[in-house]
Design a protein around this ligand. Structure first.
Ligand code: CTP
Length: 400
């Protein structure tokens, strides 16, 4: 069996220690990994660690083992290059095609997918120089993961953390699984909602649903692996953040609506995979509702929530923007689906039959994707990632 060849580039940031965990994930799942650290990164993690964990020598300069022409061969032979952490300096060098060490040479000779996992302080990430370098790399087809938000080196917090090694590994796995297919969502902004809204009744109770968010997360992760910048609107989910995706946490339908309208402003496509409550309690009790002995329970009055999908479809940020909905039906799925597609005014509607352990909370799904052009695409039973990829195929065709 072909052992995928991965080059793990490590540049000089404190998050270099987390790359050890990423390396282990690769080696333990049958990848052959060559680690190419920069000289600066060796201040954080030494050559011996990389050699021991990868079982191969780790070279930094182009002057080592010159007879093997490593500065060309390592990049040429790779199935994937991932740079984690990628510092602001490394991104600048890559964007400008500098090649003053083995890693930057490798980046110029690689013809396989390249994933950068940046990690730096928020100010450095937000600096126009870094943002322009990231845009350049993305335009050329590299995948630049969005840094995570959280505690940085020292006491400060913000955007700039290296995503969790497990999440970077998942992102790389999806990129490798595409087997070098083009990054057909590169340069696109994709917004996906997932999970289920909760409508509070009092401080301890809510009306909600059993959506796990797995389909929305699979859509977000697979879109990132196809090169998209992804915003995931996550409603009450317990899942780990997919690497490189901007995650916006929401809870109620009204919060989801606000976040969706804001994110959609510059989006190429919006996918509403979240299960949105159609109604919310008319009154929110600021203190816990008590039962009264001997009395009948008071009825709960409900009011309609806005239909976010219909609103997004009716007020698109641009004429070219695509809007995709989901429909969970327990019976007459296609009939209800067709009517729903027309009612909501979206371009595509993923219709799946739910109930009896199907779809909700499961890792697999099956569906029919209806198009406003009358098309019907059958998605056979399979992982939620497979459904996501079929949907992105349809989206990519329509975005062309
Ligand atoms: N949706 C939404 N806003 C709502 C309700 C639903 O944006 N207030 C979106 C969901 O995210 C999904 C699609 O609409 O993409 C379909 O949701 P569904 O609940 O099946 O549709 P409803 O209009 O509620 O139809 P019904 O309950 O009559 O089946």
């Amino acid at each position: 069996m072909h052992q995928p060849r991965v080059v793990l580039g490590v540049s000089g940031g404190i998050a270099a220690y987390k790359a050890c965990e990423l390396l282990r994930r690769f080696t333990e799942s049958g990848h052959q990994v060559t680690v190419v650290p920069t000289a600066a990164s060796l201040h954080f993690v030494g050559e011996a660690t990389w050699a021991a964990l990868s079982g191969r020598p780790a070279a930094t300069e182009t002057w080592e083992r010159v007879h093997e022409v490593p500065h060309v061969r390592i990049g040429q032979q790779a199935d994937l290059v991932v740079v984690a952490p990628a510092t602001a300096d490394l991104l600048a060098k890559a964007a400008h095609g500098l090649a003053d060490d083995l890693l930057t040479n490798t980046l110029l000779t690689a013809r396989c997918p390249v994933v950068f996992a940046p990690a730096m302080h928020t100010e450095m990430w937000e600096h126009p120089a870094t943002q322009e370098n990231v845009a350049t790399l993305r335009r050329r087809g590299a995948i630049v993961l969005e840094p995570a938000v959280g505690r940085l080196t020292g006491v400060d917090t913000g955007k700039g953390r290296l995503p969790d090694p497990g999440a970077i590994f998942e992102a790389c796995r999806l990129v490798l699984a595409r087997g070098g297919l083009p990054l057909d969502l590169a340069g696109r902004h994709v917004v996906v909602s997932g999970g289920g809204t909760r409508e509070p009744l009092d401080p301890v109770r809510f009306l909600g649903n059993i959506s796990s968010g797995k389909q929305g997360y699979a859509l977000a992760a697979t879109a990132a692996a196809r090169g998209a910048r992804v915003t995931l609107l996550a409603a009450n989910t317990e899942l780990p953040d997919p690497a490189g995706v901007d995650v916006v946490k929401v809870s109620t339908a009204l919060q989801l609506r606000e976040a969706a309208l804001a994110a959609a402003a510059d989006a190429d496509v919006v996918v509403m995979a979240a299960a949105v409550a159609d109604f919310r309690p008319a009154e929110y009790a600021a203190v816990k509702i008590k039962k009264v002995e001997g009395a009948e329970p008071a009825p709960v009055a409900l009011v309609r929530n806005p239909d976010i999908l219909a609103e997004l479809s009716a007020h698109r940020a641009s004429a070219a923007q695509l809007v995709v909905g989901f429909a969970a039906e327990t019976d007459h799925a296609l009939e209800h689906g067709r009517a729903k597609l027309t009612r909501k005014g979206c371009d595509l509607l993923v219709v799946n039959e739910v109930g009896a352990g199907r779809a909700f909370g499961a890792d697999t799904n099956e569906a029919v994707i209806l198009g406003s052009d009358g098309s019907e695409t059958v998605v056979p039973h399979g992982p939620k990632e497979a459904l996501a990829d079929i949907l992105w195929d349809l989206v990519a065709q329509r975005l062309k």
